[in-house]
Design a binder for this molecule. Structure first.
Ligand code: PLP
Length: 455
């Protein structure tokens, strides 16, 4: 797996990180030490878990490491960014115009391109001044959370979720409250739960649509209810739409900005996932706020001030953005999404024969498949972490335990890889589950197979 060499940084376990801090505090000569805040915040990110699992893989298992816990399709040739997108950047570099600093909020042509791009799907149009360029969608998350953090404030995050929100909220001192996504309800948001947990210190709710890690796309009706709930509670909606060009099911994507006349909406997105160039580090924040509430409450000013003290997004990629966003990318999106669709079908098909791992809803977006573990069918597996640790140790296959995303006893399989890898992964997973199946279940399984004439 040579192309992963960039990702597999020397692993440091949680215990090692803690020991380091302790050693430093014992040291009476030096007055400095590492920050505890960062340690607390990083503990909730999935990187820690993934590195722990990588460490369990060994050469003793005579199989290559299969890293299906995190996702970056760009490392595989079949997901290579389109030549048009690469040329757009090459042209900017050759022009020599992309070498300068830009303004904190981004350069105007980039902000205008984002406004034009999102306005295609919006009724309440936005202008370039509603758009702020960021270093990837992740910096958008950081800036918005930092702008909302004040003493006692709390923010509502989904469970399961993309981990960066919780990590940054902890780092900013913003209290986190988690609402549930309901697997039995196509992963819809538990709106009653939201009403119950919100109070006068709640400032915002975060939704991720299309949803990483659940793989669903929310309907118009459900999003409208989200906006109405936010309105009743007096909070804003922060919507993460970084996967809006990674959809391969039947449900159409509806931007949350459609409901901005009900409650203010901040949209976070970028080109990392749709255009498969996560290394280019370009994202944006869009204010969907026809009534000017973000301004009158001081959130807009706070964001501007946070931008003033943050690194600017790369000028050359910003300059290429009109070309990247506004020229047709239909074919590129279609090609990517059809590969992902085939991969989902492949994995769902194979999972039908693995009784301990159940896909409750076929993903229709993003690059992951969330599956439920039927632990009662297994002999010696305690929970999802135990499952993934034993799986890595015995087979060199690394999957993400749901606990890293907030869903205990689920696992997440990355499907944004090559089909051959998924075939291999499903074979290893199947063998692993066979070995750990309860004895009675083993005979049941044998029976089922022989009935199908597959003895
Ligand atoms: C990958 C991802 C991001 C981060 O995107 P970058 O543009 O690479 O910073 C943000 N949110 C979600 C839900 C993601 O999956």
């Amino acid at each position: 797996m040579s192309h992963h060499s960039l990702l597999v940084v020397p692993a440091q376990t949680e215990e090692e990180a803690e020991t380091q801090t302790l050693d430093a505090s014992d040291n009476s000569v030096w007055r400095f030490r590492g920050s505890d805040t960062a340690a607390k915040a990083s503990r909730v990110t999935m990187r820690v878990v993934v590195y722990k699992l990588f460490d369990l893989c060994t050469l003793d298992v005579k199989k290559p490491l299969l890293p299906l816990a995190h996702g970056d399709p760009s490392v595989y040739p079949c997901y290579r960014a389109s030549i048009h997108v690469e040329n757009a950047l090459v042209d900017v570099i050759r022009s020599g115009k992309g070498n300068s600093y830009g303004p904190a909020a981004g350069i105007l042509p980039a902000r205008q391109a984002v406004a034009d791009y999102v306005n295609r799907d919006l009724t309440n149009k936005v202008t370039a001044s509603d758009v702020f360029m960021t270093v990837g969608c992740n910096q958008g998350i950081e800036l918005v959370i930092q702008s909302l953090a004040r003493p006692n404030a709390n923010i509502l995050l989904p469970r399961p979720s993309y981990g960066h929100y919780e990590g940054r909220a902890i780092y900013s001192g913003l209290e986190v409250r988690k609402y549930d996504l309901l697997p039995e309800n196509e992963w819809e948001i538990d709106l009653q739960g939201i009403e119950a947990m919100a109070d006068e210190n709640t400032v915002a709710m975060v939704i991720i649509n299309p949803n990483n890690p659940c793989g669903n796309v929310y309907s118009y009706e459900h999003l409208k209810k989200v906006a109405e709930t936010a309105r009743r509670l007096g909070i804003m909606v922060i919507t993460d739409e970084v996967y809006s060009q990674t959809i391969f099911g039947d449900n159409l994507f509806v931007p949350m900005g459609m409901f901005s006349s009900i409650a203010p909406v901040i949209t976070l997105s970028g080109i990392s996932k749709g255009w498969i160039v996560p290394g280019w580090r370009i994202g944006w924040i869009v204010f969907n706020d026809p009534q000017g509430i973000l301004k009158s409450t001081g959130v807009a000013q706070s964001l501007q001030q946070n931008l003033d003290i943050s690194p600017d997004a790369t000028t050359m990629v910003q300059l290429a953005l009109p070309e990247i966003l506004l020229k047709s990318n239909k074919e590129m999106f279609a090609k990517k999404n059809s590969i992902l669709k085939q991969n989902v079908e492949l994995v769902c098909d194979k999972l039908k024969d693995i009784p301990c791992v159940v896909c409750t809803k076929k993903p229709e977006s993003c690059t992951y498949l969330l599956a439920k573990l039927e632990l009662h069918l297994m002999e010696d597996i305690k929970d999802d972490m135990d499952f993934c640790m034993k799986l890595a140790t015995e087979t060199n296959l690394v999957l993400l335990p749901g606990v890293a995303l907030g869903s205990k006893n689920w696992i997440r399989i990355t499907i944004g890889v090559e089909a051959q890898m998924l075939e291999d992964a499903m074979e290893r997973l199947s063998g692993f589950c066979q070995r750990h199946l309860k004895k009675t279940e083993t005979s049941f399984q044998a029976l089922k197979l022989s009935e199908n004439g597959e003895t």
